[in-house]
Design a protein around this ligand. Structure first.
Ligand code: SF4
Length: 390
């Protein structure tokens, strides 16, 4: 059993790697060099039958995604899990906050398992509950807390979702962020939104979809005293953006777009809204992971695309569409390091442990957190229109 709040350890910064979460698995973790891993995974999955349901996020490695019963983005996967109440074990090949969401939406009798507990999300870890509560106090001191509707991106820990639930706030995904923000601004007169953890999704949606100006937005830096903003700036702002970002999508840069346009005539730039504002401004199309997939699927043969999202997905799209030119929107190779934590040895270990009757790496959200996180999720689900995906 695990707690709900697991910050990502700063790898390579003098930490003791032996103490890293997820490295020490009870029992035997198979060696990565074991030539029988695929066979073992197949055998364990077959033995478990309908008792196990394997979810694979789009950003997972090929070696793992081949075993997924269903693939998708985080919210779709959580809902897929909820639609399989007969499955005793939900093995989530994704990251920690996604497994929490699946636990929130599934029944208490179902165990959600994350094969490697070190599969966190650096973005989700950028908004910690203690930091958010301090920011809320500062908003109260500035006299604006009454006007503020907290909105959290799906990519956040369960306790941040619960914070939003407790404070009349809501969850959003990258495909419904506009509808959610419109709802939030209708909730109070002179409303302001505190948006976390991804400043880029918040800014891109506020400016490009709701027509705000960059001056309407301020950035709250949890590592600076007073968030690095004055009470006057808080009072003047409409959008208070948490200083968080995705370590994958935040890497793409506007000059790479210029280079690719010069290099590949007619190339279309397709990016995720977690990218920086300057990148989104230069792109041809912006949208969620599902939008990126459906856009490529619908593209005519011979078309050329530079895609700004996680590399595992871009490579799979390129392999599935050899009649289109699909390139990655970065000069260097960059996978989501935490997503890639889920590898075959951990997957096999989790499945074989289940075969032996041992539930490992269970992700469980406590009842109080679950109650309030569900409230925030439900407010999102009650909105008309599309609700999926991160
Ligand atoms: S791609 Fe970004 S948001 Fe998604 S898990 Fe990795 S760090 Fe988190």
């Amino acid at each position: 059993m695990t707690t709900v709040d697991l910050p990502l350890l700063p790898l390579g910064r003098g930490t003791d790697l032996n103490s890293e979460r997820g490295v020490e698995c009870p029992g035997d973790l198979p060696a990565a060099s074991d030539p029988d891993l695929v066979k073992r995974a197949l055998a364990a999955k077959e033995k478990l039958g309908d008792k196990v349901f394997v979810l694979g996020h789009h950003y997972q490695r090929d070696e793992v995604i081949q075993f997924a019963d269903v693939t998708g983005d985080s919210f779709k996967l959580a809902r897929d899990a909820a639609a399989r109440p007969d499955a005793e074990y939900i093995v989530f090949c994704g990251v920690h906050f996604m497994a929490e969401s699946a636990d929130i939406l599934t029944s208490p009798s179902q165990a959600v398992i994350l094969p490697d507990l070190a599969a966190g999300c650096s973005m989700a870890d950028m908004a910690r509950l203690g930091q958010v509560e301090k920011a809320w106090e500062a908003l109260s001191e500035a006299g604006v807390a009454e006007q503020v509707v907290p909105v959290t991106y799906m990519n956040s820990s369960a306790d941040i979702k619960a914070f939003c639930g407790r404070h009349d706030g809501v969850v959003c995904t990258s495909s419904n962020a506009q509808a959610v923000l419109e709802w939030a601004f209708e909730q109070k007169s002179d409303a302001k939104v505190l948006f976390f953890p991804d400043q880029h999704l918040g800014r891109n949606t506020a400016v490009l979809k709701l027509g705000m100006s960059l001056d309407d937005c301020v950035v709250w830096d949890p590592l600076k005293p007073g968030g690095g903003v004055t009470p006057e700036e808080l009072r003047a702002a409409k959008m208070i953006l948490w200083k968080g970002h995705c370590s994958v999508h935040g890497r793409f840069s506007p000059d790479t777009i210029d280079d690719l346009r010069a290099e590949i005539p007619g190339v279309q730039i397709l990016v995720h809204p977690e990218c920086q504002h300057e990148v989104v401004l230069k792109a041809d199309l912006v949208g969620s992971t599902e939008f990126i997939i459906s856009t490529i699927e619908a593209a005519p043969p011979g078309s050329a695309w530079a895609v700004g999202t996680e590399l595992n997905l871009v490579k799979r799209l390129a392999a599935a569409h050899p009649d289109k030119r699909i390139v990655f929107l970065d000069r260097t190779v960059c996978y989501c390091s935490t997503m890639n934590r889920i590898d075959l040895p951990h997957f096999v270990w989790a499945l074989e442990s289940l075969v032996e009757g041992q539930v490992v790496n269970r992700i469980e959200v406590d009842a109080d957190t679950e109650h309030y996180a569900k409230l925030a999720l439900q407010r999102m689900l009650d909105l008309p229109g599309k609700t999926q995906d991160d």
